[in-house]
Structure formats: C-alpha cells, structure tokens
Design a binder for this molecule. Structure first.
Ligand code: SF4
Ligand code: MSK
Length: 658
C-alpha cells in the first residue's frame, strides 16, 4: 500500500469514466491500493465555498479575508467585486504565463538554431519560416533575392522575442487578425503590449491597494489573454512548425491500449515538444530498437499523454496513450518503463503511483521538478544524447517489470490528426489552390451550419469525457464542423470521432457531404493547448476568404470548454471572447460571490468585445446554446434561409452576363 490511504474509489469506476480502458484501470488502482486523482477528488470535493465563489483573498498578510454578509469587506476595504475580479485576473495571468513561457522557450531555441548553436535542431520547414515572415511583415527577400534561411530565422526569432517583451508598443502580431477586430481592440483599449509586461502588470494591479474597479481589472484580464492567444501561444505554434514541421494529416491510434506487453514502453508527458521531438525520431533508430530486442522486448513503443502527446502525434503519428486524467492510469498498467515529463499538467503524484510499479519517472525541465522523480536537466545542445540516455534507462528497466502487475487494456481507436491551417486549406482546395472557399460556401449555403472549437481538459468533477462526447456528437448531427485541441481532442480520438468514417456515422447530411468530398473527419484535431492559436488563425482565414462578414465576431463560430480545469483554459476562453467569439463553459468560474463580476463576464463584456461566456453544466443544454449562438450569427449575416439550389442553364448564364 502506498503512503496515500485514499485509494478506494467511493463511486463505482463506471461512474467516473466513459471508456472501458479507464474504467478497468481505475478498478485496478483500487485493487493495487494506489490512490489516483479520482479517489483524491472524493476527499477534496466538499470545496471551500469561499474559494468556489472567488471571495477569499490572500493577497496580503492583514488577511486572509473572506467575504460574508456580516463582513462584506476585507481588512483593507476590498469588497467581493474587487476580490473576485483580482482572483480571476491572476488566473488569466497564470494561464497566459504558462503558454507564453512555452512560446518564449521555442523562440529562444529558434534563435540558437539561427546562430548555429541549436544542437541537433534545424529549420525543418523552410516554407513555414517564409510564410510566417511574410505574414508578420518581415521581408523574406533582400536586394540579392530570398534571404538565407538562417538569416531570416534570426530576424524572426528576434521579432518574436521583442513581441514577448514589448514594453510600450502594442503587439504587432495583432496584425494577423482581421482589420475590424484590430480597430475594435484599439478603440476599446484592449490592445496588449508584450505578454511579459501584461503578466507583470496583472500582478501589480492585483497587489493590495492598486486596481479596485472590477471592470478595469477584468479588461486587463482580456488584454493579458490577447497577449497570449495572438502573441505567446501563436509564437509557440509558429516556431514549432518552423523547427519541427507544419503538421499534415497523419494516422495513428489513441487510448491506453497503444501500450504493448511485448515492447519497452516510454511515455512523454507535458507540453513542450523540444525533447519529445528528438525522442520520436530516435526511437526508430535501428540501434536503439536492437538494444530493446537484446533485453527480450520486440522493440520500443513511444506513446504520449496530454499535449506533448498531441505535439508528437501531429507531426510523427506517435500514438496517444491518454489525456490528463489517464497519466496515473498509464503507470497502473504496470507496463510503462519510463515516463518523461516536461512542463504543465504533470501530476505531482506520479512518483508515488510509480512506487507501486517499476516505472521510472524522469523530469527534464529545471522549472518543473517533482519530489520522488529523477531529474535530468535537459539542454538543447545535448538533446540527442539526453534522448538516447532516456531510452537506455527505459530499456534497462524492462527487466524490472512484474508480470503479475501488468494489465494493458485492449482499447484503442484509429484517428487522423495533423490539421494545421495549411493542411485544412490543402484538403479543401487541393494542392493547386489551397483555400477555405469550399468551407465558406458550405457555411453560406447552410450545408455546414457553423464552426465550433471544443478545447480544454478533463476534470474529475464529472464523469470523464461524457460531456465532451455528448456535445461533440450533438453538434456533428447538427452539421457543425468541430475543431479540437488538447485533451478534448484526445477524448474524441478515444471514441472514434477523429476517424473519417465518423463523417458518415455521426455527421448531419450537409457536414457529412462536405467531409466525404474532401476525405476529412468531421472533428479536426488541430494540436495542443498552445495550438488554440490555430483556431484563431483558421477563423481569420475564413473571414479573409469573404462572404461571412468582416470580423471574427461576425462568424457563426463558438468556442466550448466542456471539462476545463486549468488557468490556461481560462486564458484561452478570455482570448476567444476578446476576439469576438462566444465561449460556452461546462463548469463555472470561481467568481459567483460577486454578482457584478459574474454579470460582466457572462454578459456585459459583450458591449466591449461582442462576445461573452455562457455557463451550461448540462451537455445537451450546452449544445443547444451553441446552436442558438450560431443561428443568431447566421441571421445577422443574412444566411439563415436555406438557399435554393438552382441549376443554371445557358439562358440563365447569358442573363447573368448582361
Ligand atoms: Fe484582506 Fe485586503 Fe489583504 Fe485581501 S488585500 S487579504 S482583502 S486586507
Ligand atoms: S494538457 S491544460 S489538461 S487540455 Fe494541454 Fe489537457 Fe488542459 Fe492540460
């Protein structure tokens, strides 16, 4: 038995998860006396009501202060509105910081590569480099023709770093958004400076005795989120594409059944792709495979958890073992030799869980250590050596498996991922004229009713993936094209929604026709958490293509965060809303102790941005709300009436020419 004694779930495993693999392993955890997030949730779920309502303040040491009807103000005089708004802004700052630090690390790696000190990393996708430079207004040709790749890479890296640190200049990357939206941001004073300054300012504003007006605090939350969505996160995506390749459709599989009894199993987990990229390449090295065979395995299986999984899935087709709530379950299979962690969403419980099996947990980023895990500090310059050493640790650990403890569920589903924006345009328009035109036409004709970005995490506060699955299926039936990222995408993968056949089985007739015509699934996996920037990119391209208004806020498009839990999800929701896209939340923000803050986020903010948050804890009601918003947008665009399909004869055509 581990030193955690809360290993027995109080609910039946069937009530905690939808997929058979997770259900079985939650039960196995109890049999093995291993505590997991599912059992720990049981001991934590009587949440402090002050925390839930966002009216506990720990910002200074005259407190902590809690707001009640009898004590409506903290010691300093802060009321519920100030306290809830400050807590919300700090969440957004945390989320923006996480995404954008990821972006910064990649921009710094791009700079090293440009200067020749990037170890094994190279500019893998020169077309992406040139495409980004052009989009950002950086000349890609000089007086003597196209600039040399490394010169352009250095210019771009310096541009990205100056965007992250910009002190007084609004973010230049806002230029990637439609003109009307940019004007709105400027008029409403929402244009962000660099995310570094925005996050520091968020911490300053929320210090005791600074910003007390809830609208002013919340508007800074939206501004900070824009510095993430259009800045830090977008930089992460752009640089990843340049260094590791722009994703194209790729087949793979998802769920814990991707682990194999006869191979050495290695899991990469976290978010930053630099190390996992090298592992994905090295794992195919014949020498490494031979070493695995020498210890009695048939080879090595690399699988992923969370968004590091999504990164190597999108570019290499590496199978996905699971999403955030499955990280402990992967170890509980008893068949994982090594779990390599980087940053974000890595549970500190992993070494404790691993202590009941033979799994080694190795952390690799100096900003993310866990007690009980071995730490191997990763440097880009030595990336290949580090990856080789990690694989050797895994191979050496194969002999330590306890056959009695191994149970690998068989469940896996086929999927197609890799839908970057260039890949979608290519699928829709073909190699000759990659374009969003067919999608815009299908939306205007009503064959596709609208677009929905479903993003975010899983949360043990509800049955894992049930909400995500229900809302996704309901939207598909109603001809809504679904774009997914993060753990929400993995959830769909596990239930077969990322397979092209889903278009025939689950999509309404119009959406099914469009998907079948181009051979794509009705749910497009666009990548990791930072790749929500790809959804903004796709939406901007749809606006630019014409016929659906001239602002992101005109599109029949909605964002949904069904089972969200992280500060990053709060930041993502805010940059969607600030970009004019309504967001439906499956769970509530911790702000309900302040009616004013609640009303601002769930309604009044629309007067500033054109969109707001909508909480629907029931998935069917959430689907209905998404369709209402889409239909309202369609009516505003004047495309709510189904266009009659008229077959033109020669006489009609001649009449059109007159
Ligand atoms: Fe209490 Fe004000 Fe200090 Fe917050 S900042 S802990 S409300 S005194
Ligand atoms: S990993 S932030 S649980 S999506 Fe990106 Fe999943 Fe949410 Fe982490």
């Amino acid at each position: 038995m581990t030193h955690d004694d809360n290993s027995a779930p109080r609910s039946a495993p069937e009530g905690l998860a939808c997929d058979a693999a997770s259900i079985r392993l939650i039960a196995k955890a109890a049999e093995d006396h291993v505590a997991t997030c599912f059992t720990r949730f049981e001991t934590q779920k009587n949440h402090c009501k002050f925390g839930v309502q966002g009216i506990c303040c720990r910002i200074c040491h005259m407190g902590p202060c809690r707001i009640t009807p009898k004590s409506p103000r903290g010691v300093c005089g802060a009321d519920a509105d100030t306290i809830a708004a400050r807590n919300f802004l700090r969440e957004v700052a945390g989320g923006a910081a996480a995404h954008s630090d990821h972006g910064r690390h990649l921009a710094l790696l791009l700079r090293k590569v440009a200067l020749g000190s990037g170890g094994p990393y190279t500019i893998k996708d020169e077309a992406a480099l040139r495409r980004c430079a052009v989009a950002l207004g950086i000349e890609e040709t000089g007086p003597d023709g196209p600039k040399a790749v490394l010169d352009l890479a250095l210019e771009l890296a310096d541009f990205f770093i100056s965007e992250i640190t910009s002190q007084e200049e609004p973010l230049k990357m806002l230029g990637l958004a439609p003109l009307k939206r940019r004007s709105l941001w400027a008029q409403r004073k929402l244009e962000p400076l660099g995310v570094d300054r925005m996050v520091v300012e968020a911490m300053h504003r929320t210090h005791i005795g600074v910003d007390h007006a809830h609208e002013n605090i919340l508007n800074h939350a939206f501004r900070t989120s824009l510095a993430d969505g259009w800045g830090g996160s977008r930089i992460a995506t752009m640089v990843s594409d340049i260094l590791f390749g722009t994703p194209v459709p790729v087949k793979s599989r998802a769920n814990l059944g991707v682990l194999r009894e006869d191979t050495v199993n290695v899991i990469v987990h976290g978010h930053e792709p630099a190390l996992s990229e090298i592992l994905a390449i090295l794992v195919r090295d014949p020498d490494i495979q031979a070493r695995a065979k020498a210890v009695g395995a048939t080879g090595i299986t690399l699988g992923g958890i969370c968004c590091t999984a999504n990164e190597v899935l999108m570019r290499h087709g590496i199978p996905v073992a699971g999403n955030i709530l499955q990280q402990e379950l992967a170890i509980i299979t008893g068949a994982v030799e090594l779990m390599v962690t980087d940053v974000q969403c890595v549970m500190p419980s992993l070494p404790t869980v691993a202590s009941s099996y033979h799994t080694k947990v190795v952390s690799t980023n100096d900003i993310a250590k866990t007690r009980g895990a071995q730490h191997k500090s990763f440097s880009h310059a030595q990336a290949t050596e580090a990856a080789r050493e990690l694989l050797e640790i895994a191979i050496d650990n194969f002999k330590n498996r306890d056959p009695e403890k191994i149970e690998i569920p068989q469940e896996t589903r086929e999927l197609v991922a890799g839908f970057s924006v260039p890949a979608i345009k290519h699928m829709l328009g073909g190699a000759f004229r990659a374009t969003f035109r067919p999608l815009n036409d299908a939306i205007m004709q009503g064959r596709v009713r609208g677009i929905c970005g479903i993003v975010g995490c899983n949360n043990p506060n509800s049955k894992m993936e049930e909400y995500t699955s229900i809302i996704t299926k309901r939207l598909l039936e109603n001809n809504v094209l679904v774009l997914k990222t993060g753990c929400a995408a993995v959830a769909s993968a596990k239930f077969g929604l990322l397979a092209p056949e889903a278009a025939m089985k689950l999509a309404g007739p119009g959406l099914s026709e469009v998907c079948r015509a181009v051979g794509m699934p009705p749910v497009l996996h666009m990548g990791s958490c930072v790749d929500n920037s790809r959804i903004l990119e796709a939406a901007s391209e749809v606006v630019a293509e014409g016929g659906l208004g001239d602002d992101l806020g005109d599109l029949p498009a909605v964002g949904v965060a069904p089972e969200w839990m992280s500060e990053k999800a709060v930041a993502i929701g805010c940059y969607f809303v600030a970009s004019g896209i309504d967001v439906v939340l499956g769970g509530r923000f911790h702000v309900e102790g302040s009616q004013a803050v609640y009303d601002y986020l769930h309604g009044e903010v629309a007067m500033t941005t054109g969109a707001s948050f909508h909480v629907r804890e029931d998935a069917e009601e959430a689907a209905a709300r998404v369709l209402e918003i889409i239909d309202a947008r369609r009516a505003k665009l004047g495309i709510d009436k189904k266009a009659e399909r008229k077959l033109f004869d020669m006489k009609d055509r001649r009449a059109q020419l007159v």
